[in-house]
Design a binder for this molecule. Sequence first.
Ligand SMILES: [Zn+2]
Length: 113
Amino acid sequence: MHEMALCEGLLQSLEDQAQSQGFAKVHAVWLEIGALATVEPDALRFNFDIVMHGTLADSATLEIAEVDGHAWCMQCSTNVPVKRHGEGCPQCGSYQLQILDGQQIRIKQLEVA
Ligand SMILES: [Zn+2]
């Protein structure tokens, strides 16, 4: 369970942006989460509310967009989508995959005041 630490990092990032961009309140946060980031969206939402309580993002809405990861399949010599850890290549079933992305947790957009 690292969702709590994640939310604390997120808050830090919001505070930094508030300072550099001069906003005082965050109304909504859009997060992009890679399919391989091993994050539970429900746990993330739960911790988000706790961590943001009493901060600039108090009662902010959390919108989560889950996106597929990508890997390089050595059998097909092609870039294939990966939806979760331990999954083989969707084209040939090979497990010789080199993960390219899908582990990211990124702020896509903020609604601020
Ligand atoms: Zn393949």
